[in-house]
Ligand binder design. Structure first.
Ligand SMILES: C[S@@+](CC[C@H](N)C(=O)[O-])C[C@H]1O[C@@H](n2cnc3c(N)ncnc32)[C@H](O)[C@@H]1O
Ligand SMILES: [Zn+2]
Length: 350
């Protein structure tokens, strides 16, 4: 069967992986990649039908695209798909880890079944400038599969009311640690949590300085299950008790740095008036997030309108925004007690 996606045509065959539900993700990827400054080389390391690499070539104009899949049938389909789209590219039938140890690539895309952990070491060794990573084992990062997160990523998390914030930052923290082994640092270009997956695009720089800066952005989330207070500390900082007297739970290490390159996201918005990209753009670039439903349950009040809470916080002089990954979470630099007093006063009025 031949399907169309973006500006390309793809032969899809039973036994070769193609997930139509990831189309939105690939559309956004193409938008991200077309905004990058230097599109000289792209490795589709776990290519399946080759759809990502083919779209990178046709829609983003990468000079050289390299495809790889360890499955022979996938490689046959990739060759057919290159012909179908009238383009050329190198095609390999190797274990991706072997290929990434043999050669260094400018931009690497890792789109595995489930966890990227099997490929992160060799990708970190190989990558020169850009890395795009998918993880569909979100439960290992976000705290719903604590043991698995510890085992695969050495990240400790438990379920919180802002689990996607933690999950996405845990994935980026993990990527930062892997890159740091090879004296590489990262800056996040853009990332998102959606449905069953996380997607992260980062710019990589090879220097001791960059890798030091990057690991300095690692830290922990402090979470008080008693009063739902939360805070963040960088690695090496002291942890005090929560104001309510309970001990904080400590989750991480996670990435506490920026989650986007504003200029890049602006360029994305100029090219496409996508609502999801707009939500990413408007989201405050800080880790502090609160779940209004969880807080309302705790306070025994009706859940408020998220937009009026964001407005109320701004009127109180705080920064505040919605988030791209949930309709009931807000980000703000307000302390929990300020947010609670706003929620209570809006509840009395409403
Ligand atoms: C999730 S699919 C890729 C989907 C594709 N990127 C897309 O957007 O449709 C993962 C692919 O990785 C391949 N794969 C799994 N382990 C591999 C390995 N160690 N080396 C190379 N390819 C591998 C599988 O054969 C499969 O085609
Ligand atoms: Zn507390």
């Amino acid at each position: 069967m031949i399907i169309s996606e973006g500006k390309v045509k793809i032969k899809v065959e039973e036994g070769v992986f193609y997930n139509p539900r990831m189309r939105f993700c690939r559309d956004l990827d193409v938008l991200v990649w077309s905004c990058l400054d230097d599109r000289r080389e792209f490795l589709d390391a776990l290519a399946g039908t080759g759809i990502r690499g083919i779209r990178a070539k046709v829609e983003c104009g990468y000079e050289n695209v390299i495809f790889n899949d360890r499955d022979e049938r996938a490689v046959e389909v990739i060759r057919e798909n290159l012909k179908l789209n009238g383009i050329e590219g190198e095609v390999y039938n190797k274990d991706a880890n072997v290929l990434m140890r043999e050669r260094r690539f400018w931009h690497i895309d890792l789109d595995p079944f489930g966890s990227p952990s099997e490929f992160m070491d060799s990708a970190s060794y190989s990558v020169k400038r850009y890395l795009s990573v998918t993880a569909t084992d979100t439960s290992a990062f976000c705290g719903s599969a604590t043991e698995s997160g510890l085992r695969k990523y050495f990240v400790y998390a438990e379920m919180t009311d802002v689990y996607h914030e933690i999950g996405l930052r845990a994935l980026i923290g993990y990527v930062a640690k892997e890159l740091a082994k090879y004296e590489k640092g990262l800056e996040v270009l853009v990332c998102w949590a959606k449905e069953h997956y996380y997607r992260v695009h980062v710019r990589v720089r090879k220097s001791l300085r960059a890798s030091k800066d990057s690991v300095k952005s690692l830290g922990y989330m402090l979470y008080c299950p008693n009063c739902l207070n939360r805070d963040f500390v960088n690695v090496g900082e002291c942890v005090e008790k929560c104001e309510c007297g309970s001990k904080f739970r400590i989750y991480g290490p996670i990435w506490l740095g920026s989650l986007k390159d504003r200029g890049l996201v602006e360029r994305m918005l100029e090219k496409s008036n996508n609502k999801f990209v707009k939500a990413i753009y408007e989201e405050l670039d800080i880790p502090m997030a609160y779940n209004l439903h969880a807080l309302s349950r705790k306070l025994k009040i009706n859940p408020p309108k998220v937009s009026s809470v964001v407005e109320g916080l701004k009127e109180m002089g705080f920064k505040a925004s919605r988030v791209h990954y949930s309709g009931v979470v807000v980000k703000t630099d307000a302390k929990l007690k300020d947010l609670i007093s706003l929620l209570n006063s809006q509840n009395r009025l409403g």
